[in-house]
Ligand binder design. Structure first.
Ligand SMILES: Cc1cc2nc3c(=O)[nH]c(=O)nc-3n(C[C@H](O)[C@H](O)[C@H](O)COP(=O)(O)OP(=O)(O)OC[C@H]3O[C@@H](n4cnc5c(N)ncnc54)[C@H](O)[C@@H]3O)c2cc1C
Length: 364
């Protein structure tokens, strides 16, 4: 007899949204996380094209409503009109936590899971690093970049390429409804971003997929902050540097193995094009929750595969297009000339087409 219907390993965005959905459907769930505080993060950047209502989130999680994206290369700027948000990451996770039905969902924090154990062709337990076991009917890997179970079972390569970013929370002198994306060698050959927050604050960050640049990330961010056009927007009043990584993989389509389901960055569901994760991992978690619900009600593990099928119909071709764009941008970023050229091309394209590329949502 299993104590839990579902064990979710990882209480980040994907794990919490899934726990909320399954708790609402009255399934007995355990969320395990290695952190003792689920509202303590290593970075806070969060801009998103998300439809908050769709995920039952309120406007209280919004830092700023954004209606312009400025793309900067060395010699050109392109403006893209849009509707998106910068979000208060802590407020998003707090709302999710508060909406979780604790009659059905338990938490065990400060526990690091190291592996999943199979007996008689099904997964039966996950084990922590002290060899304690936790059993359930269905398991979920929502451990983000760590991908503890997805890597163990070969759903994600053990040696994935990561995009790594560092950021400062700084004083912001620009307009609150505009965000900036900085591309090309002038911006240190990776990509920079400025995302406004409430109260004349903003996050300025720099990220790269290029291993040769990763060592000096903070120094590169410091150099960007000193550029004259950036000094007009940003004043550093704290040198506290934060950061994190996202997986850069080929597009992954396999998320389910027997009674294990993977969501979020554990299977690289962050959109390749601009590293927007939340909207995509939330939608995947909702799709996964429906498949888990029917598998539990019908007592039929094969119904978990509906998660993969629905995901593919909704996302696969968009992810493939975004992946191609991401590889182009990565290549172009090494040269100011190429990025200037890309920027000129984007000036000739319609706002709609540019927005499709950035959001990773193509109409056809
Ligand atoms: C620098 C940077 C900037 C970003 N900017 C944006 C942005 O502007 N907009 C956007 O939408 N997305 C952004 N993203 C991407 C987004 O943050 C991720 O896609 C998202 O956090 C993934 O959520 P997740 O729940 O899959 O993983 P995570 O948020 O990483 O959560 C994983 C959880 O699993 C736990 N865990 C890990 N290993 C174990 C273990 N062995 N045992 C138990 N628990 C474990 C961790 O403690 C954590 O709580 C950015 C990412 C980075 C790094």
């Amino acid at each position: 007899m299993h104590q839990y219907d579902v064990i979710i390993v990882g209480g980040g965005g994907a794990g919490l949204l899934l726990a909320r959905e399954l708790g609402n459907k009255k399934h007995k769930v355990l969320v395990i996380d290695k952190n003792t505080n689920l509202l303590d993060f290593s970075f806070y950047t969060l801009a998103s094209f998300i439809n908050l209502e769709k995920f039952n989130l309120t406007k209280n999680v919004v830092s700023e409503n954004i209606n312009k994206i400025w793309l900067h290369s060395k010699n050109f700027k392109t403006k893209i009109k849009c509707e998106l948000y910068t979000l208060d990451k802590k407020a998003v996770h707090k709302e999710l936590l508060e909406a979780i039905n604790t009659d059905f969902v338990d938490f065990k924090l400060g526990i690091q899971i190291k592996e999943i154990v199979e007996e008689n062709k099904l997964f039966t337990t996950v084990k922590d690093k002290n060899n304690n076991s936790y059993s359930a009917k269905i398991f979920v890997d929502a451990t983000g970049t760590a991908g503890v179970l997805s890597k163990q079972l070969g759903l994600r390569d053990k040696q994935n390429k990561l995009a790594t970013g560092v950021e400062y929370n700084a004083k912001y002198l620009g307009k609150p409804d505009q965000i900036y994306l900085l591309l090309g060698k002038t911006y240190k050959g990776g990509y920079g971003w400025i995302f406004p927050l409430k109260n004349n604050r903003a996050i300025i960050g720099f990220g790269t997929t290029d291993n040769t640049l990763k060592k000096g990330l903070k120094r590169r961010l410091d150099e960007i902050v000193e550029l004259p056009e950036i000094k007009k927007l940003i004043q550093l009043d704290s040198k506290k540097v934060e950061g994190g990584s996202i997986p850069i993989t080929p597009v992954i389509e396999k998320f389910v193995l027997k009674n294990l389901v993977c969501v979020g960055d554990s299977v690289s569901q962050v959109n390749p094009i601009v590293g927007e994760g939340y909207k995509f991992i939330f939608e995947s978690a909702v799709i996964a929750s429906r498949a888990i619900d029917s598998a539990l009600i019908e007592n039929d593990i094969s119904l978990l595969n509906n998660y993969e099928k629905t995901w593919k119909n909704r996302f696969l071709s968009n992810y493939k297009r975004s992946k191609i764009r991401q590889e182009q941008i990565e290549k172009f970023s090494k040269s100011d000339l190429m990025i200037d050229f890309g920027m000129l091309l984007s000036k000739l394209r319609s706002n709609k087409k540019n927005l499709e590329s950035l959001s990773g949502e193509y109409e056809n």
